[in-house]
Design a protein around this ligand. Structure first.
Ligand code: NAD
Ligand code: SER
Length: 315
């Protein structure tokens, strides 16, 4: 019997992923947890535990209490917030991963998911159609922690046989929760401000393209990867995930098809340098070949769904 623990279930990905996991595997089989309360959908849709992922003893108790067989470890400090307090972010991103790796080994957890990011790439990485295997010299504390995490995931797989799987998500766009302090957050905030005030000041320049993905695609890729037979998972560091690629100006123009009165100004801050160090577009050929990945949402469809749903947000 599959019993899943989601750590970081109150966040941008955790909210949508928890709801979908419960739909597919049964509400009673998916335990959500976070250091803070979640949306109504997550809190009322099944068991929820307040859990600090730095507290190894408490994680161990929860694994035993629910007979957990799979863990999705999503808790992390994202790129923008991490730059404001690098050592704190490093400790959370790395120590939490070690807690999960060690406990999974000890308690023979069958499968683990841990997300990496396009932030693991750096300025010396080929920026267009970035390949799976390439130069990786991240310049942010977030990227360094993701690259180090990837190496540790592969190490635990080879050394201890841990079935840990990972995706390098691009920037994710969704409407159920606000984004969690990253460099790609502008592409979520712009929708909220378009509806709320009709004005948005973007913290990136209008012409910086970044790889992005609508949340439904990201959730689908995550569950597909986790449900794929182990022999199909050839990459044990982290799979590239490409999605779509657009600039702030391009998303502004697409939103204006629905809200023509939207006014966007551009005032790049410290996150511009982070964005410039990341790829413009990413190749996810390895994911396509190994476990059949294909994204569904392009920019027009994603904007349409966001506009239709953004007003329904409950948290
Ligand atoms: P988020 O900030 O929205 O959510 C993270 C959640 O972790 C929050 O609910 C937070 O309360 C929780 N958390 C923080 N510290 C914790 C602790 N000590 N104990 C327990 N919970 C704690 O982030 P997200 O966007 O949902 O990202 C989830 C994962 O996906 C992260 O590892 C992130 O690096 C990765 N990722 C996200 C994106 C994106 O665009 N959202 C892109 C690439 C990778
Ligand atoms: N969306 C994330 C961030 O900007 C990318 O990992 O931090």
């Amino acid at each position: 019997m599959k019993k899943i623990l989601v750590i970081g279930a109150s966040g941008q990905i955790g909210t949508d992923l928890t709801v979908e996991l419960r739909k597919q595997f049964g509400a009673e089989n998916v335990i959500a947890s976070d250091i803070k309360n979640a949306c109504e959908d997550v809190m009322q849709g099944g068991s929820f535990e307040i859990l600090d992922v730095m507290d190894r003893k408490k994680i161990s108790e929860i694994i035993d209490k629910y007979n957990i067989t799979e863990i999705y470890h999503l808790a992390a400090i994202l790129s923008g917030n991490a730059e404001k307090n690098p050592k704190w972010a490093w400790d959370i991103n790395m120590d939490s991963l070690f807690n999960i790796l060690e406990l999974s080994r000890e308690k023979k957890i069958q499968k683990i998911f841990w997300p990496s990011s396009m932030g693991a790439f750096g300025i010396s990485t080929p920026a267009v159609n970035t390949p799976q295997l390439t130069i990786m010299e991240p310049s942010t504390v977030y990227g360094i922690s993701k690259l180090a995490g990837e190496r540790w995931c592969e190490y635990y797989h080879h050394k201890y046989g841990l079935d840990i799987r990972s995706l390098r998500y691009p920037g994710l766009i969704s409407w159920k929760t606000e984004a969690g302090g990253g460099t790609t957050d502008y592409a979520v905030e712009i929708f909220y401000e378009a509806i709320r005030s009709g004005n948005y000041e973007c913290f990136l320049s209008e012409d910086i393209a970044l790889p992005m993905m609508y949340m439904d695609d990201a959730v689908k890729a995550t569950i597909m990867l986790m449900e794929a037979p182990a022999e199909k998972i050839k990459v044990r560091s982290s799979y590239n995930l490409g999605g779509i690629s657009f600039t702030p100006k391009e998303i502004e123009n697409e939103i204006k098809k629905y809200i023509p009165e939207l006014k966007v100004s551009y005032k790049p801050d410290f996150r511009q340098a982070i964005a410039e160090s990341w790829p413009r577009s990413i190749s996810d050929e390895a994911a396509q070949k190994d476990w059949g990945w294909k994204h569904e949402y392009g920019l027009p469809k994603m904007v349409q769904v966001m506009i239709e749903n953004i007003g329904k947000r409950k948290c």
